[in-house]
Design a protein around this ligand. Structure first.
Ligand code: PMP
Length: 369
């Protein structure tokens, strides 16, 4: 979908028309925050447009270390490593932590960066059914002694249906079987928890999680990723992790804008309230109208359709009414379903959300027969 011009966190020019954006991961609506733009401009003027190489070979800019320290402080963790993308944060952390002979035990709905990190690691990959704790326990039991060499990997909010991991039960199982736990907070950073740390903060289980990864590309509106941990060995990953070593480090503008965005995120309880108000409104409305939606409300509101034709018709209908959402067809969608996925953000106005609700209502009779 060619986007001709971006006007704001909620509107763009597409096909010569003004379109309402309802398919971004801009959860706090910070993509045009003046403080972040100013910091990025200043960094370009002071340090140039790019670092032109990896931190290992070319050196660390002061901003890289400062951001790592700010993330470590935010999560009250010993260490943080910043990666060039969120994808690489998972790739680099997972492939650095486990290897041949170990086990990666991952949720079936895991993001591709988790799958790819596991493949790169050389560990045995076992999937458990999405959010199914009986299945997770069954697989841990079957592993016997190997459960102690097992890295369980889950996500705070899953990007397809917008549901959250049952973290308390996962923590109990990982403790009972002596495994290690990695939590990807890509979609939950900024969204869950009092200060926006994610699901671990919301559930008060931060101290039970061995490794947390996340991305700058969603709530923080930048590009990059991180891993935080209290394991003193985390920093050793810098010497073994190819996705950290063999790629250029984040640009000065990216780092500077992300540092400011992190401050806004931490103090963003008003933004989080607005985000959740919008999310609740859209989720409840779609449910009342009769659409099948994901299991729980959240900023990702997925409409589940029985077949690709229905999904395509709904997606086209929304676009004809100047609303852009994500279309997800098999095999990308879980269980052979098709999804029309909306994501709301804190910058959507009450009028915009109301317009989206009315449009979904209007389209319902022609889509669901
Ligand atoms: N983890 C999850 C759960 C994601 O959804 C994504 C991106 N969609 C990533 C990691 C990768 O992040 P990035 O796009 O910043 O590389």
């Amino acid at each position: 979908m060619p986007i001709e011009e971006i006007y704001s966190p909620t509107e763009a020019k597409i096909g010569q028309r003004r379109i309402l954006l309802l398919g971004t991961n801009n959860y706090l609506g910070l993509s045009f925050a003046p403080e972040c733009r100013e910091a990025a401009h200043e960094a370009i003027d002071k340090e140039g447009t790019g670092t032109t190489g990896s931190r290992m070979a070319n050196g660390n800019y002061s901003g890289h270390r400062a951001l790592e320290m700010e993330f470590a402080e935010f999560y009250q963790c010993l260490s943080c490593i910043v990666f060039t993308t969120g994808y690489q944060a998972n790739l680099g952390t997972i492939s650095g932590l486990i290897g041949a002979g170990d086990v990666a035990l991952i949720d079936g709905d895991s993001h591709a960066s988790i799958y790819d990190g596991c493949i790169l690691s050389g560990a045995d990959i076992i999937r458990f059914r999405h959010n199914d704790m009986a299945d997770l326990e069954k697989r841990l039991r079957r592993l016997g002694e190997r459960s102690k060499n097992t890295l369980i990997i889950v996500e705070g909010i899953y990007s397809m249906l917008g549901d959250q991991a049952p973290l308390a039960e996962i923590v109990n199982l990982k403790n009972a079987y002596g495994s290690t736990l990695l939590l990807d907070e890509a979609h939950s950073l900024g969204v869950l928890g009092e200060t926006g740390q994610g699901l671990a903060e919301k559930t008060k289980l931060s101290s039970e999680i061995d490794f947390i990864t996340g991305t700058f590309s969603k709530s923080l509106c930048g590009i990059g990723g991180y891993c935080v941990s209290n394991h003193p060995q985390l920093d050793q990953l810098r010497y073994v992790s190819h996705p950290y070593i063999f790629t250029a480090s984040p640009s000065p503008a990216t780092i500077a804008a992300t540092r400011v965005a992190l401050r806004l995120l931490r103090n963003g309880s008003k933004l989080r309230e607005q985000l959740w108000r919008n999310a609740q409104q859209l989720y409840s409305h779609l449910k009342i109208v009769g659409y099948q939606v994901g299991p729980e409300p959240g900023p990702i509101v997925a409409t589940i359709l029985d077949n690709p034709q229905q999904a395509l018709a709904l997606w086209n209908g929304l676009l004809e009414n100047n609303i852009y959402v994500n279309l997800i067809l098999p095999p990308a969608a879980p269980e052979g379903k098709s999804l029309v996925r909306c994501s709301v953000n804190a910058a959507h106005t009450a009028e915009q959300i109301e317009y989206v609700c009315q449009t979904f209502s209007k389209l319902y009779p022609s889509i669901i027969q």
